[in-house]
Design a protein around this ligand. Sequence first.
Ligand code: S3P
Length: 436
Amino acid sequence: MTTSLKSSKKNNLSGEVVIPGDKSISHRAIVFGLLSKGKTQIHGSQNSEDVHNSLNVARFLGIKTKVKSSVIFLDSPGIEGLSAPTKDLYFGNSGTGMRLFAGFLSSLNFSSTLTGDASLSNRPMMRIIDPLQKMGAKISATNKENPPLKISPSTGLIGITYKMPIASAQVKSSILLAGLNAEGKTQVQEKYPTRDHTERMMKTFEANISFSKGIVEIEKSDLKTPGQIEVPGDFSSAAFFIGACLISENSEIKIKNVGINNTRKAFLDCLLDMNANIDLANIRQLGNEEVADLVIKSSDLLPAKIMEDIVPNLIDELPLFFLIASLIDGESEFNGLSELKHKESDRLSIMINNLQKLDVEVQLNEDSLKIIGKKDRIFSDEVFDSHGDHRIAMTMLVAGLRSTEGLTITNLECINTSFPEFIDQAKTLGFSFKNG
Ligand code: S3P
C-alpha cells in the first residue's frame, strides 16, 4: 500500500461495494474453531493483518490451518490437545487478539508469552490481569501494566462473579473464555452493554452460556463446532463510507453485507436520529448475526448528543463521528469518552489536535467533548500523520473529501490491520486520491 496519499474534494460519490468480514467476529471464529475439536470452516473472514496474526498464533498452538479462496480451514485437536508454543505469540496491533487469547491460555497447563507491536505494547492489560488472577490465573505484565504478557502453567481456574469497572467487550470476552475451562460458574456483570459477538458465538459452539441484560454466565463447556461459520461484513469498516457519503454533495452509494448487530450499530441509529438519509434493505440473518445492505444519500444532518451509555456501541466510530460533527451546523456533544484514550492510539487527543489544525472549534471538559460544526466548511490543505492507527488514517482520508487543495495523510500502512481493501473500494465510490 502507498504509504501516503493526498485525498481531495470530490462530490457525487456513487456506486456499490461489498464490505469485507468483521474483525471482532473473525477473531472469535478463529478462537472458537481452535478450542473445539474437529474441522471448522470460516467463510468471509477479514483478510487483515490483525486476523492473520490470530491465525498464526492458533497455528503455534498446534492446530492445522489452510486458507483457500477466502475460506479459512481449521482442524483442531480441541482445547485439551493444544500444545505449548515454542515461540512467543505475536499479536501485532491487535488488543482483541491478545486479550481474547490470554483468557483461555490462562486456563491451560503450559506457559506462553504474548507480545505485540509498539502500539499494543503500550496498551493497558491490568483490566484483564486483575480478573484472571482472581480466577487463579498465573498471568502478569512484564512491562509495568503493558505487554508482553507472561502466562505460567495453570493448576486450574475457579469461576468468579466480576462486575466490570469499565465497559469493554474485550475484557468481558477474556473472562468468559477463561470461564469456559474453570470450575464452577463465571458471571460477568456489565455497566453498559458492550458488543456481544462472544456470547453469540459461544451459543453457536454449544457452550453452557446464558445471558440477559447486563449479566453473562458461563460454565465449563465442551465446545462443539458447527462445522462452518459465516462472518458478516464489518460495520466499523462500512462506517467510513457511510460518513463519506453523508458529508459529500449529490452522493448516493450502496454498501452490501453490513453486520448490524444491535451492540455495534449505535452510530447508524444516532445518524438516523440526526436526519441521515439511510435505508436498510435485504435485512437477513447470517449465522447468529444480522446483516443488511445500506443505501446512503448525502444528508443535511442535525447535531449529535451522545451519552456515556451508548459509547461502547459506537466506540470505534468515534473519530469519524467527530469529523462528521465538525461538518454539521451547531454544537455536537459527546460524553463518556475516557476509553477512547486507550485504543490503538490516544484517539481523543489525536482527533482534537487534527480538528483544531483544521480550524474546528472543540471544547474538552474531562471526558466530554463539544464540537462546534459548520455545514459548509471547506478544509485547507494540511498534512496529518496516522500515528499508526488505522481508524485515524481512514477518518482523515474521509476528511479530505472536504478539502479543495487536499489533505495529505502519511503512514497509511496501518489500514492493513483492519481494512486492506479500503483504498480500492474508496476509489470505486469516487474518492480522489493522489500519491502524497
Ligand atoms: C472489540 C471491542 C472494542 C473495540 C475493538 C474490538 C472486540 O474494544 O474497540 O476494536 O472485538 O471485542 P473494548 O471492548 O476494549 O472497548
